[in-house]
Design a protein around this ligand. Structure first.
Ligand code: HEC
Ligand code: HEC
Ligand code: HEC
Ligand code: HEC
Length: 341
């Protein structure tokens, strides 16, 4: 007992050193790079870590495009039995896109991930039904949301990166069980990865990236008789902003002049692109992803029984332009845009 006690201070010191090392391991290694993005003296700068950028660049390579296919001959809807979305393609183009989506979504599992290989027209696998909707979603992103994705557009690979389940997805999370100092944690007050380990609400997404919740801190009108935005709205706004910053790998000043967060006139143009991104993500979650709930098997659903959904990092994966702004779509324009009327 005596010997143990006399070791206590040293044990404590060793523990402290180990803890500090552990905590610091999570930090980025200097030197940091700072790039000015606004007028001098306004603090408008992006701070990046060359080491992190190198890692991100390595994770953002893209697969080579499949060789071009002949546009001639019968259409896929005539050549095959059960083609509902890609019927406007030639047979060659149809098989080219099948090969591509296999590489983008299920390279290890192959065609059999979506197909009963005895009968390719059969729709019995849920993955095939989900994919058909994914094709429509991808076509919609590339034509209806150019206000966000520009001509760069997206392919299945933007989100999937060679895996059936994209790395960055979210589920509703009321977090009722989370421990914290508050008597009623209200889905916050316990550091959560979804909001960059802050104790802000862990799920600002259900209300702000699905619902029509207000992304607002300051009231837009003078207070006379009208209450401003409630404090909860400020908390979920900041929580969403944490996700947007980490999801794109940028500082707040990428989209805001930090002396006036709410003022659009002082904000960089990226904030407008981000605004369109928020509207787009709401559309994708409401019109495509959540309605797939009844198509997925139970093990794919979240703890509250909702379908897996998208947010900024689903496409961005820590980069301000997904895949470094390289367009994979340009090689699949006909396949991943709806047929011209
Ligand atoms: C990620 C899912 C997925 C993978 C992997 C996949 N397919 Fe498909 N396949 C589909 C979907 C969805 C359709 C229906 C498309 C439509 O309705 O426009 C389809 C339809 C087909 C059809 C038409 C069958 C018919 O008669 O209706 C053929 C042929 C086909 N795929 C071949 C392949 C081949 C060969 C591979 C592997 C190289 C493959 N697919 C991999 C999702 C997939
Ligand atoms: C905006 C991002 C996004 C794009 C683009 C996208 N997907 Fe998905 N995909 C998702 C999300 C989110 C899920 C849900 C993940 C899950 O199943 O748990 C999903 C699920 C799937 C699944 C079900 C996987 C499983 O095992 O449950 C298949 C198959 C699939 N996508 C195919 C495709 C194909 C094919 C394309 C291109 C035509 C595509 N996706 C484009 C986001 C995307
Ligand atoms: C990728 C762009 C982007 C990044 C990064 C970003 N924001 Fe925002 N922010 C927006 C957009 C867009 C809105 C407006 C949303 C709306 O009006 O629907 C907004 C709104 C806000 C508001 C509400 C303003 C008001 O009118 O009440 C605050 C506060 C805010 N952001 C703070 C931050 C903070 C703090 C950070 C860094 C942690 C950050 N933002 C990072 C784009 C961004
Ligand atoms: C479906 C995929 C997808 C999703 C989801 C998505 N984005 Fe984007 N975003 C893109 C693409 C593609 C571009 C590149 C467009 C271009 O080349 O100009 C882009 C560009 C941007 C830019 C401009 C970057 C720059 O350097 O100018 C901002 C800001 C941005 N996105 C914010 C967001 C925010 C915030 C969210 C979540 C609310 C989001 N995005 C969700 C695909 C996506």
């Amino acid at each position: 007992m005596k010997t143990l006690l006399s070791h206590a201070p040293r044990l404590g010191l060793a523990f402290g050193v180990a803890l500090a090392a552990g905590l610091l391991a999570g930090c980025e290694v200097p030197p940091q790079k700072s790039e000015q993005s606004g007028y001098r003296g306004t603090g408008m700068a992006q701070i990046t870590s060359p080491e992190t950028l190198e890692k991100i660049a390595a994770a953002n390579g893209i697969p080579e495009a499949q060789p071009d296919a002949d546009d001639g001959g019968p259409r896929a809807k005539e050549a095959y039995q059960n083609v509902q979305v890609l019927g406007h393609l030639s047979e060659g183009q149809f098989l080219r896109v099948m090969t591509a989506i296999t590489e983008w979504v299920s390279p290890e599992q192959g065609c059999a991930y979506c197909h009963n290989v005895e009968n390719l027209a059969d729709d019995s696998l849920y993955t095939k039904k989900v994919s058909r909707r994914m094709l429509q979603m991808t076509q919609a992103i590339n034509t209806q949301w150019t206000s966000h994705v520009a001509q760069t557009g997206v392919t299945c690979y933007t989100c999937h990166r060679g895996q059936p389940v994209p790395a960055n997805i979210w589920f509703s999370d009321k977090g009722a069980q989370t421990a914290g100092f508050a008597a009623d944690p209200s889905g916050q007050n316990a550091p959560a990865k979804s909001v960059a380990y802050s104790s802000l609400p862990r799920d600002p997404f259900t209300s702000l990236l699905m619902g029509k919740g207000q992304i607002r801190v300051n009231g837009v009108e003078a207070l006379a008789g009208k209450p401003g935005e409630p404090i909860q709205s400020a908390e979920s706004t900041y929580a969403l902003m944490m996700h947007m910053s980490t999801g794109l790998g940028v500082n707040c000043t990428f989209c805001h002049n930090s002396r006036a967060f709410s003022d659009w006139a002082q904000s960089p143009p990226q904030r407008v692109t981000a605004w369109h991104g928020i509207q787009m993500v709401r559309g994708l979650n409401n019109d495509y992803l959540e309605p797939l709930r009844t198509t997925y098997p139970a093990e794919r659903l979240g703890p509250e029984g909702d379908a897996p959904k998208a947010y900024c990092s689903t496409c961005h994966a820590g980069v301000n332009k997904p895949l470094g702004g390289v367009s994979m779509l340009k090689d699949y324009l006909k396949e991943l845009s709806p047929p011209k009327p």
